[in-house]
Ligand binder design. Sequence first.
Ligand code: PLP
Length: 369
Amino acid sequence: MILLADPGRQFQFLKNELMEQLGHFIGSGSYVMGERVALLEKKIAEKLGVPCAIGVGNGTDALVLALEAFGIGEGDEVITTPFSFFATAEAISRRGAKPVFVDVNPATYNIDPDKIEACITSRTKAILPVHLFGQPADMDGIGSIAQKHGLIVIEDACQAFGAQFNGRPAGSFGHAACFSFFPTKNLGTMGDGGMVVTPDPDIAAKIRKLRHHGSPKKYYHDLIGYNSRLDELHALILLSAMNHIDRWNEQRRMLAERYRQSLGHLPYLQLPVEREGSRSVYHLYCLGSEERESLQDALRQSGVQTGVYYPCPLHLQNAYRHLGYRPGDFPAAEQLSRQLFAIPLHPFLRVSEQDHIVSVLTSFRSANP
Ligand SMILES: *Cc1c(COP(=O)(O)O)cnc(C)c1O
């Protein structure tokens, strides 16, 4: 089977490098909140050009802690996209705040800034855009609305490490940005991990306390916090992955360009659109089609894994029934959830494997040619 994402190949590639460091690590006696986490925080802050970075337990916690650090909670509204992984909205709800969904741009799959202002109320505290599938949201449009209305911007950059918008890194636009290091993310570890970045040293200090039981100093507690630390083991793996991430993202872009050249002419497929000025890292390569199921069947029969991201938009999830949204509220997100499917794209996908995927898609017999 040709896999959608193949972290096994990535870690096999890093194996020798990791085995050597693991030897030192095992004997080091320092496994939680040590020098590796501090070094990773420094490297990520430098890479993104953001002054502060705080390693946390996972991407979902990164969002929860960032929202909490800005005081967002009960009675507040946070504007976000209905077309994302559930954790985006879940983090808002976890804080006791209310997610307010705004439809996406059907070409970029990201929140449509033109639709945001109509949803701002006196309770709105923040906008939480997602850089979906590796492509940055329109941070110009979002930034100017936020500035005009005095709103906090927290970027969900969990799928977009290394992406750029008008030459600036995704994660460097908001009051804070959140990353996930889940194994299949484009910067991933062999387990869970996450990071918040922020230009605001006070917010950073608060998140540093929150991740570790509200504690600024051993056995002294300023806040009711969490146990949401990034393990040294994951920092070790991520430091090694950081040495290769630029090349891996380049490889993703090269493969995306090959798909574009070989699939762009097929009338039964809509290809992802890279917006002018944006540099996607293609966390996922999602195609749109009215014949999604037949295409997925054809690929499965030829040994190619596919996946649907995301089959149910957030406003129609059972968990959000109480918010009172209805089918038809967000036509673009709903259509994407019916039509999109992902085909394999990752830095260790071989060109011969990609050629096989392309040949299955180009020889597909469309029901309405
Ligand atoms: C993966 C992901 C998250 C959550 O990250 P975890 O590390 O799995 O908790 C949040 N938002 C988006 C868009 C994601 O893709």
